[in-house]
Design a protein. Structure first.
Length: 308
């Protein structure tokens, strides 16, 4: 039997394009929210608190994609010399359980999370959105700028980060439309789309800091005792999630605020739930294993095709 293929971060970067990934993630979110008809099997992930970080086990199967995989992801907010997220994806042959590949998961985690926010924003934000606010200037901020720029034609990108140096670095990469902000309120006040992508454990984004009708992709705060978004804002906005079951177990933003969860983004994609582009909306993202499964399958199929 052939040994499993190893696909590293450089190959993932080379093989995966944001345009095709956004399409794949839109389908994955739709299949996930179709329940039995979607052919997705995915438990809420198991997360172990380990020393200064967390270790997540994320398996899923997609019948429609004929894909079975598990991501193992460590997230260590205090990491300095190595990335805060360490991720690996094991891709299996669904018919017999044989391990086909071990694939770098860091790049996939960065890209598929941003692709999910791009899908949510495509349905929930004002299609003429011109001002993007990035709160946080790390890996997710970079990939979110890239993914959202596939859908929207931004004129201004406002960046706030706890460390101004990282905001300045990102602004230089983005170019003249980027502006470094000293406070999060300055970054968010005129934004059409706001992405919160920090390791904050206490809420910082309040209703008074945003304009009516803004869409928020709330990407950080993936622990039940962490929040990025103020409770009043969560209750005022129309809140969508990737998985209702996961949000009620894992999201401090949802749990603390006791907000109503209006629906899953996948339910909007398949027409079961309405979108309100004029209203203030929040997409509370936690990250789904099925997003990793379809991304890993895309990468693997291309890698094998190159060598055929
Ligand atoms: N929803 C999802 O699917 C996923 C969510 N995430 C989450 O997104 C967030 C960002 O991830 P990455 O960009 O990969 O991390 P990163 O380590 O590259 O960047 C983190 C950013 O948060 C800032 N930060 C750190 N502690 C902070 C605090 N206490 N208050 C305010 N800002 C703080 C840092 O200065 C930096 O700008 C994390 O919370 C991460 O766990 C990450 C992957 C997937
Ligand atoms: O979905 C993921 O992958 C992650 N979600 C929350 C933070 C760690 C990684």
């Amino acid at each position: 039997m052939a040994p499993p293929t190893f696909i590293d971060a450089e190959d993932v970067k080379r093989l995966l394009t944001m345009v095709e990934l956004i399409n794949a993630i839109e389908n994955a979110l739709r299949h996930f929210s179709m329940k039995e008809d979607g052919g997705v099997l995915q438990p809420v992930r198991t997360v172990l608190p380990v020393q200064k970080g967390f270790f997540g086990l994320m398996p899923a199967y997609s019948e429609k994609d004929d894909a079975l995989a598990a991501k193992l992801v460590g997230f260590y907010p205090e990491n300095k010399d190595v990335a805060t997220h360490q991720a690996h994806i094991l891709l299996f042959e669904p018919s017999n359980g044989v391990l086909k590949a071990l694939i770098d998961g860091e790049v996939i985690t960065a890209m598929r999370t941003a692709a999910a926010s791009a899908v949510a924003s495509k349905y929930l934000a004002n299609p003429k959105s011109k001002v993007l606010a990035l709160c946080g200037a790390g890996t997710q901020a970079r990939s979110h700028y890239q993914a959202l720029s596939v859908i929207f034609d931004f004129e201004q990108v406002m960046i706030w980060s706890r460390t101004t140096t990282s905001a300045k670095k990102l602004a230089e990469e983005i170019g003249p439309k980027a502006q470094v902000c000293m406070t999060y309120a300055e970054a968010t006040k005129n934004a059409d789309i706001i992405c919160t992508m920090t390791f904050a454990s206490k809420p910082f984004l309040k209703a008074t800091y945003i304009k009516r009708g803004a869409h928020i992709n709330a990407v950080g705060a993936c622990r039940p005792d962490w929040s990025e978004i103020d409770g009043a804002l969560m209750r005022e906005a129309i809140v969508y999630v990737d998985s209702k079951e996961a949000a009620l177990k894992e999201s401090g933003d949802v749990i603390f605020s006791k907000c109503e969860v209006f629906g899953e983004v996948g339910e909007v994609v398949c027409g079961k739930k309405e979108a309100f582009p004029e209203a203030t909306t929040v997409f509370k993202s936690l990250g789904l294993a099925i997003e990793d499964v379809v991304s890993a399958k895309l990468v693997y199929d291309k890698y094998i095709a190159e060598r055929a």
